[in-house]
Design a protein. Sequence first.
Length: 347
Amino acid sequence: MTTPTMRAARFCRADGRLRVAEVPVPQPGPSDVLVRVEACGICLSDVHMIDGTLDCPLEEVTPGHEPAGTIARVGAEVPYWQPGRRVVIAPGRACGSCRHCGDVQGCLAPQTMGQNWDGAWAQYVVTPFQTLVEVPDGVPIEQAAICADAVATPFSGIVERGGLRPGERAGVWGVGGLGVHAVQIARLAGASLVVAVDPLDSARRRALEAGADHAFDPTATDVPEQVRRLTDGEGLDLTAELSGAGSALAQAVSCLGRYGRAVMIGMSPQPIHLTENTILFGYFNHSVLGHDGYTRRHLTQLMRLLAAGRLDLSRSVSEVLPLEEITRGVERLRTKAGDPVRLVVRP
C-alpha cells in the first residue's frame, strides 16, 4: 500500500530553485510499474540542468535518473514483474511519435527520466516495465542505482561503441564519476595497458587504485610522449574522454595508434577541435566516436558482474544523503567538495 502523497525534490525552471515538496504519488498506467525509490544517484547532468547549463524542457520536474528500489505496484498489463522485486531502472524511453519509434536506440528524440518526465529524487517513481532490470540478492541497492548511468554509460561506450578487445591498449581522460569506472571497465574487458590522464592529483590516485597502470598529469607531462614510450611507439588502440573537454579529446586522439578509436563520452558545450593534421588522421585510419547512453542489456550485464564479484563499486558511493539534503548534495557535486565519485540520495 502507498500513501496518497510523497516527498519529492522539485526543480522550477522559472526561478532555478530546487525544493522538497509534498506531491501526489504517481499512478502507473497499464504497462507501468510504481517503484519505491531506495537510492538515486546525483549526476553532473542534474547539476547542469539546475544551473541552466543544460536545457530543462519542462516548467517543473523532479530530477533524478539513476534509480533503484522495490516494486510497489504493477499495471494491469505488466508481465512477469511483481511487487517486492528489487529493480534498477534504465532511465531512457522513446518519444512515441517519430518514424523510428519502438525502441530508445532508434528514436530520433529519445527522452530521459528526470528531464522529460518526473524522475527519482522522490519516494516513488513510475516507469514502463520494459525499463526494469532485476537487482540480484547481495548487490547493495546504492551500487545498483549508480549503474544506471555512472557505470553503464562508460561500459557501453568502451565495450560496445569503442569495441575494446582483449589485449588492446586503452587510455582514459578524466577520472571523475564516470572515468573511474571506465578504468575498471577497461581492465575488465581485457586491456593489456590502461593509462589514465587527469590534472587532479586525487583523481590520478583514484585511477591507480581502480587499476590503471599509469596516471599522468596533462599539465605537467608530455602525455603523447609517455604513451609512445609505454607502447614502443605504437600508441593506444582505444581512448575514452570522460570530462567533455575538447582539449582532452584532442590529446586523446594524438595518442592513438594505427586504426585507433577515440570515444567521446563526456559532454559539455565546448566545441571539438582536433590538433592532429588530416594527413596523419587519414593515414593512421583514426576514428572519433560520439557516445551517449546504453541499453537495458548493458544494465543486465552489469548486475551479473556485480553479483559475481567481477566488478567492485564499493568505493564509488561517496555519501548517501536524505532527500531533505538534496540541495547540499547538488552543491557538493558542483563544487567537487571532498572530491566525490558519486553521491546518492535515499528518499
